[in-house]
Design a protein around this ligand. Structure first.
Ligand SMILES: [Zn+2]
Length: 238
């Protein structure tokens, strides 16, 4: 029986810390694709991959350690301590990730009746976060796309993915959630600070500066440009 668990990236990283890996293997499923994902059928999709790998392929377990869904949810598969059925010759010490989707560029590969997908949004952010974990811990050479494996004739994880670009993005990714600021929130932040009145501690000097013509006295809490700073310095020297 299978016992798949949903793990947020921080919990996942803590679990991975208990193991030592040589490589991170990145795949796309090709089939199923994003169209098979309905927003709540993570476990059912994972179970059908499990059934295919065990009953049809006669493997001991689902091939991958982790499946990454289009909404950025991670689901566990094979236990982390057991070698995956990932890249022939490189399986020992590898962590195998299957991203749900067909990331081949349209027209570049045999037609997939379920269509092409784009790696984007939370699914992309999550794989970058896991790549970052491997880069920091094991170096960027530990990250392998399936197609790089010895004698592999596949395009997996898809011709639309540029490994070099993804490595750069992974190195620069921040761990904080990228929540866009809502308009109301942004406005609230702006009105909190009244830039038209000087602080108590600066009031005296501010007024003196106005008298001496160093500043015209507008927006004491505004941010000056370099040219404004230089003008004020030059005026104070006259
Ligand atoms: Zn693959």
């Amino acid at each position: 029986m299978s016992n798949f668990r949903k793990l947020p990236i921080e919990t996942l990283k803590k679990e991975l810390d208990r193991y030592k890996f040589k490589q991170l293997h990145i795949h796309h499923t090709w089939k199923p694709t994003h169209r098979n994902f309905k927003g709540n059928n993570h476990t059912a999709m994972q179970q059908s991959m499990y059934n295919y790998h065990v009953n049809t392929n006669k493997w001991s377990n689902i091939a991958q350690h982790l499946t990454l869904f289009p909404d950025g949810i991670w689901l566990t598969g094979r236990p982390f301590g057991v070698s995956p059925a990932s890249i022939s010759g490189w399986n020992s010490g590898a962590l195998c990730v299957e991203m749900i989707g067909n990331f081949d560029k349209p027209g570049s590969q045999p037609y997939n009746s379920l269509g092409y997908d784009e790696l984007e949004g939370e699914q992309k952010r999550q794989i970058l976060l896991l790549m970052k974990y491997f880069i920091d811990k094991y170096g960027e050479n530990s990250i392998k796309f399936h197609k790089e494996g010895p004698g592999v004739g596949k395009t997996c994880p898809g011709t639309s993915l540029n490994k070099y670009a993804m490595l750069q993005e992974a190195k620069n990714i921040s761990n904080t959630v990228n929540k866009p600021i809502k308009k109301e929130e942004a406005v609230k932040v702006e009105v909190k600070v009244d830039i038209t009145k000087p602080s108590k501690w600066a009031k005296e000097e501010w007024e003196q500066a106005i008298k001496e013509g160093i500043t015209d006295g507008t927006n004491p809490k505004g941010i000056p440009t370099r040219e404004q700073v230089v003008s004020m310095i030059m005026r104070s020297r006259k």
